[in-house]
Write a new protein. Sequence first.
Length: 319
Amino acid sequence: MADQQIDTEAYTWPFQLTKTMHRDVYPAVDPANPQLSAKGKTVLITGGGGTIGKVRCVLGTVVFGQPRLIIVFAQDIAKAWATAHADHIILVGRTSTSLEAVERDLQSINPGCKTTILLVDTRNEESVKSLFEILVEREIKVDVLIDTAASINNAVTGTLSPTQWFNDFEANVKAPYILSHYMMATYGDEQSTVIVMASNAAAVVVPGMSSYNCSKLAVTRVLEFLQLGTCGSDQCSIGLRTKRIPEHPKMRYFALSPGNVESPLTNPMFLPFAKDTGALSGGWTLYLATQKAEYLKGGFLNVNCKLSFPALLMVAVVV
């Protein structure tokens, strides 16, 4: 009997809220689209210096010896901003080698784009605080912060030590919060955008990925609360409302799922479904940095959905 054909969209369609699904760049999110021009903007991108751990596969089950800090399409996102003619791209990571390689790629795409490399551990508050002090000292105004760094454990739940299990929360929840806090404290009175790479994993239960799935669900909710804090009222899900003075109303937060992108760290069980391009995420970050995306702030967004105002407005309202 012939092998059953795999539906490569089985892990994509369940998350769609638009009739049309995209897995690669299209005009609305094409970095070359003049409407997405990043001229005059400075973007700070984290995650370009992550380390890749060793992976081995046993009978289709992924086994990892150590938790890993991974790169989630930082290079593709940086390239999109270079293509869109950003004035200044700041690459933040823990090691310089990979950041320098990205920097060379950006200069080949757009020689006129200024690039800066800063070594920071985003899980460490003092390290992030120093980062923003350096930015202020150099009189750099960051318009957009994109956090692509993430950590993922793969192990049967309960077998990892608590410290190892919570490593994913350190990188996937604590780090985005620290970055958001200092972004708000430094630039909160000006138009500023924070985009955190979220994950569809927040909505599913995958054996061996409990710390990652739970942390991605948690950071999505954290971003909702951060956005709520910029409003002039507090309204909870049961309808209670109180009025107060808004805190930093010009701040905008987005949780963006990159879909399923193949990388050296993709879980082998998901490889048949990993048909999305990292460039698609890059184009989406450019769109979210425009005023057109105002109605989506605070929401969880999926790059596979078509940019359609009525449908995505519904997402913003529901979320």
